[in-house]
Design a protein around this ligand. Structure first.
Ligand SMILES: *Cc1c(COP(=O)(O)O)cnc(C)c1O
Length: 425
């Protein structure tokens, strides 16, 4: 894959812009994205599927900035949303309703109504009660909801337990043993029109084997459901293709290999194939830029205290995730390195990004980046410790744009309301 975060003359650039220039203008910490990488990653999927009737529906939850959605939408992407808020974002980015797929285990009546009113490609329905409610909501709006049922294939994707979604016992989808009954009911409900079948087995999947098992299962189920009289004209294969977070690990499967597998297993069915990649499209297209506040002497080794924290980038604390950490000023060749712990300022030991990381001699004021934070970075940020949400910046060639300004702490605290009885004298 192309990498648009490269050293030029010893300074890390984002596309053609030196990162220190952006840091000076915006202040650290901030997220920094490359337009070219979003486009290249989306393009890799689109061209790998070009021989098949398809739609690449970017998974909005990975990075939902409206500018990012607009960029991808302009290139022909559809969107996969998992909440009413994400639906509104996708629409605000100009994505037509018939390119938006609505997934998620807990859709509310209001969310269903909003999507039916604004236009929808299909709903991925995750339970029988949801099916009944959706039918009722559609009927009361004088319309019919297009649906696919998300099956739970009971396949272990071999990923972190918090991001596995396709094992029996996970909260997602309807088990294969009940799928025919669920479709039978769907076929009888007045507000429902069956258009396809759906699956999503989890995230950061690094092996094609679980995908192969699931796609074969989808092919079998498509045959069975068609024999039962249902119109299965679309297969939504979900997302989950992993990316490389570490330089020295086995390479993740490519979109070309993944899509060849889709074509192999499902191509003969005459269906349209939707995919929902999130992490693959945005993950490596972003970094988080941060400054060292203090180099502190620790018990075992030095500790770098940064101005970013677990509220800005949750993945290390939440999943024990690994991110490459690189200095913005290239280290001298053969320069001294040492192992350091890298932490944020929050009052929890969990606010530790990395331990024993080998880095050059960084000290107060030096800039560094966390690689591969374009997915599940900014979207998972919180205001914990009353830290204002950090900006997002998008680079395009020689220019950069602040696509979300730093959110002032006043905006966080002004939402708190002190009741009058506490202020009356
Ligand atoms: C999270 C999610 C995705 C995207 O997963 P990635 O691992 O980011 O590709 C796709 N579909 C559904 C239903 C999801 O919940």
């Amino acid at each position: 894959m192309t990498d648009e975060f490269q050293y030029r003359d010893g300074i890390l650039h984002a596309e053609d812009v030196p990162i220190p220039e952006i840091a000076k203008a915006v202040g650290t910490p901030f997220y920094l994205y490359s337009s070219r990488m979003f486009a290249a990653n989306l393009g890799a999927f689109q061209s790998a599927l070009s021989g098949i009737d398809h739609l690449v529906c970017y998974s909005v939850k990975a990075n939902s900035n409206v500018a990012v959605l607009r960029l991808l939408g302009n290139l022909g992407a559809g969107m996969d949303v998992v909440s009413g808020g994400e639906y509104v974002r996708a629409r605000a980015a100009g994505i037509p309703g018939d390119r938006i797929v609505f997934s998620g285990v807990g859709k509310t009546r209001d969310e269903m109504a909003a999507a039916l009113g604004g236009g929808i490609r299909h709903f991925n329905v995750e339970s029988e009660p949801e099916l009944r409610l959706l039918s009722e909501v559609a009927e009361s709006h004088g319309t019919v909801a297009p649906i696919a049922i998300r099956i739970n294939p009971d396949v272990d994707p071999g990923t972190h337990e918090k991001i596995s979604t396709g094992k029996s016992g996970d909260k997602f989808g309807i088990p294969v043993s009940r799928v025919r009954d669920a479709y039978r009911e769907a076929g009888q409900l007045p507000g429902i029109r069956v258009v396809g079948i759906d699956v999503h087995i989890g995230s950061q999947v690094m092996d094609l084997a679980p995908f192969r098992r699931v796609f074969r299962l989808l092919a079998d189920l498509t045959r069975v459901l068609r024999e039962d009289g249902h119109e299965i004209r679309r297969i939504d294969a979900g997302g989950g293709l992993g990316i490389n977070y570490r330089p020295a690990e086995d390479p993740a499967p490519s979109p070309a290999e993944y899509c060849a597998l889709l074509a192999d297993t499902l191509g003969h069915l005459g269906v349209e194939i939707d995919v929902e990649p999130g992490r693959f499209i945005s993950g490596n297209a972003g970094v988080m830029v941060s400054s060292v506040l203090y180099r502190k002497t620790g018990e075992a080794r030095d500790i770098l205290v940064l101005d970013s924290a677990m509220n800005d980038l949750l993945r290390p604390a939440m999943y024990g995730a690994y991110h490459e950490i690189e200095p913005v000023i290239a280290p001298a060749e053969n320069g001294r390195t040492s192992a350091v712990d890298i932490v944020g300022p929050i009052c929890e030991s969990g606010d530790t990004f990395a331990r024993g990381r080998e880095l050059p001699q960084l000290s107060d004021g030096d800039l560094l980046v966390f690689r591969s934070t374009g997915a599940y970075g900014a979207v998972m940020a919180s205001g914990y410790n009353s830290r204002p949400l950090i900006p997002e910046v998008l680079v395009n060639g020689e220019e950069f744009f602040v696509i979300r300004a730093r959110i002032p702490v006043e905006d966080l605290i002004n939402r708190d309301i002190v009741p009058e009885w506490l202020t009356a004298s």
